[in-house]
Design a protein around this ligand. Structure first.
Ligand code: UDP
Ligand code: MG
Length: 323
């Protein structure tokens, strides 16, 4: 998407919001706050930092609410329970009022200092500047492999171009953000949704560091669920699998039928128990898998139909940009 028409902005953004979802981040959050303040104070544009506590069980909430007590630029939001990263992030974005919004994880894997360069790209005329990882330190081999495979599969089977090896770390202009926020789907794969929105977007390569402290809040199971959400909300390919499997087995069974008839006329009969059992078990298995895939989509339609709120706010402290 890089060779698009760009309209230069020869000024700085009027205001910046920083959106930080936090879940059990007591070990890092103070450092994150410090690093964010340092870079934001240097840039010298009015700003707000929005910490959303995604139902943490540790002291994350008391830390972020104390930041907001002592610092007018901090807004602390507490969700009623753990809703998951993408929902906590949606809440932070809903709360934001800046002309541009920086999305960043609480664990300092993404360097806040890149904000400077992101703003330069924004001035060049881009609406979304997304961090693209050139290296990932301190992540397990299986996680790296899974991420590698996932981004290649999704780019093959979905119609939109989801950039490879990106997280949610990015700067978004208000115009693109407002479209994103109008999308209230319950399956939220936000980096895909941002790609879907369009506008001139550009990558900013960076080195993804190790977590500053604490452990990942995205164990393998959660990553897998996010991948399912991503695939089902951006592709029908798995549903089509049923059609292809059906066609494949129809052709095979037709050929097999021909062979059996010819053999019968030649007087050759073979006992059928093993082949019958094999065929029944295999087809039964395939049918259940296909039903399961359809179920994944039906379940998501069901959830969407319930129209529940995406997240529930228990408490808000601070209003940096006023009511
Ligand atoms: N997070 C969250 N809710 C969750 C899980 C994670 O708000 O249920 C936040 C977490 O605090 C961090 C970000 O989402 O700021 C990314 O999580 P993490 O760093 O654990 O993921 P990883 O970088 O290991 O993929
Ligand atoms: Mg992390």
């Amino acid at each position: 998407m890089q060779n698009c028409y760009l309209e230069k902005r020869d000024r700085l953004p009027k205001s910046i919001s920083v959106a930080v979802p936090c879940y059990n981040e007591e070990e890092v959050i103070s450092e994150t706050y410090k690093r964010l303040k340092a870079i934001l104070d240097k840039i010298n544009i009015p700003y707000e930092i929005i910490f959303v506590d995604d139902g943490s069980k540790d002291s994350t909430w008391s830390l972020i609410s104390s930041f907001s007590k002592n610092d007018k630029t901090v807004k602390a939001v507490k969700l009623a329970r753990n809703h998951g990263h993408q929902f906590a992030l949606t809440c932070a974005l809903d709360q934001s009022k800046g002309e541009v919004v920086l999305i960043i994880d609480a664990d300092l894997q993404d360097p806040p200092e890149l904000l400077d360069e992101m703003i330069k790209k924004w001035q060049e005329g881009y609406y979304v500047i997304y961090g693209q990882r050139i290296a990932r330190d301190g992540e397990s081999l299986s996680k790296k492999f899974f991420a590698f495979a996932f981004y290649r599969v999704i780019s093959k089977i979905s119609k939109i171009n989801i950039p490879q090896d990106t997280g949610d770390f990015r700067l978004i202009d208000r115009k693109a953000l407002d479209v994103l926020l109008s999308m209230r789907e319950t399956q939220r794969f936000i980096r895909g949704m941002v790609a879907w929105v369009g506008f001139p977007q550009t990558p900013l390569p960076y080195h993804r560091a190790e977590r500053f402290a604490g452990t990942t809040k995205y164990p393998f199971k959660k990553s897998l669920l996010l991948a399912f959400d991503a695939i089902t909300s951006f592709s029908y390919a798995p549903l089509r699998l049923a059609t292809y499997l059906g066609m494949f087995f129809s052709v095979i069974s037709f050929l097999y039928f021909m062979v059996v008839i010819v053999l019968k006329f030649m007087g050759i009969n073979f006992p059928g128990y093993t082949s019958l059992m094999g065929a029944i078990l295999m087809l039964g298995g395939i049918q259940l898998i296909v039903l399961g895939i359809i179920g994944e989509y039906v379940g998501r339609i069901f959830e969407q139909g319930q129209k529940r709120p995406l997240y529930i706010i228990q408490d808000i402290k601070g209003e940096p940009f006023g009511e």
